[in-house]
Design a binder for this molecule. Sequence first.
Ligand SMILES: [Zn+2]
Length: 92
Amino acid sequence: MALSDAIQNEIKKYSKRVECTVARIATLELSDEDREVYLKTLNNKNAKDPDFLSTEKLSQVMRDEGYEGVSPSSINRHRNQLCTCYRKTVSS
Ligand SMILES: [Zn+2]
């Protein structure tokens, strides 16, 4: 197999990786505008950043707005890159 094909194949696999619950909600359920703010907040781990929102608060806001599954532990896993978003191969 040519190198370019091998690389393209890996990229394709990576693009099909499974998103974790908290990331999937952004993809499936949020408008473009909401998605941008949500993902920015979700991926912001810097507690000194003025836009930082704690894991618990973000989870609370999402629950208040009617989105299920955004638990503090899921947010933590995502923020620490331990979730399925950061696994580079498909686990099927
Ligand atoms: Zn994730």
